[in-house]
Design a protein around this ligand. Structure first.
Ligand code: AMP
Length: 214
């Protein structure tokens, strides 16, 4: 089963992707996580990606596509995977389609977790992240046990640069201009499924499993 998660930043697609990954035993591939990991480790890719991410812009396609194609070609992806945050532009989607065609396969499900912009802005202002291990929290919906301290590794939590309000608005603008057109792209391929992402996390997950099956 090869799945793509679509949806605006902060729509909750990452959280759902992790749950899908656990239920169906599929690797969860998040380009945002890969970039953040590279930033943390001070790699060349990380240095390049950071300047775009901090401004709420997309990392250029040429830095992104090969990385994903390489990842999905690995052994653990033979039975499928969940792509979270990729593709984000039409050229990325086309590059993915082409790479999959060469492998003799295709995407089975594109799931759009749909949430209005107003809800996104209020949700993202509450997000906190651990600079140590990358765990994420929400002060209202998923708080850590001890205020502002990571449950996993005990570090003080921060507001990620790209979760700051002015950056969130920029990321939403970028989403509408560059990523939303993918909904039509995957509709045409007959694999597009829209989910109401304003429901409770468990209900959203139930709606997704109703599509993917047991
Ligand atoms: P995310 O954690 O998926 O919200 O991604 C965080 C940031 O990483 C985005 O705002 C982009 O700057 C960058 N990024 C992640 N995935 C992609 C992608 N497929 N194409 C370009 N930039 C990306």
């Amino acid at each position: 089963m090869k799945i793509i998660m679509l949806g605006a930043p902060g729509a909750g697609k990452g959280t759902q992707a992790i749950r899908i990954s656990e239920k169906y035993g599929l690797p969860h591939i998040s380009t945002g996580d890969i970039f953040r990991h590279n930033i943390k480790n001070g790699t060349e890719l990380g240095k390049k990606a950071r300047s775009y991410m901090d401004q709420g812009l997309l990392v250029p396609d040429e830095l992104t596509c090969d990385l994903v194609v390489d990842r999905i070609s690995r052994e653990d992806c033979a039975d499928g995977y969940i792509l979270d945050g990729f593709p984000r532009t039409i050229p990325q989607a086309k590059a993915l389609t082409e790479a999959l065609e060469k492998m003799g396969t295709q995407i089975d499900y594109a799931i759009d977790v749909d949430v209005p912009d107003e809800d996104i802005v209020s949700r993202m202002s509450g997000r906190r992240a651990c600079p140590g291990c990358g765990a994420t929290y929400h002060i209202q919906f998923a708080p850590p046990v001890k205020e502002n301290v990571c449950d996993v590794c005990g570090e003080a939590l921060i507001v990620r640069e790209d979760d700051k309000p002015e950056t969130v608005q920029k990321r939403l603008d970028v989403y509408h201009a560059q990523t939303q057109p993918l909904i039509d792209y995957y509709k045409e391929k007959g694999v597009m499924f829209a989910i109401d992402g304003t429901k409770k996390m468990d209900e959203v997950f139930e709606d997704i499993t109703a599509i993917l099956g047991d």
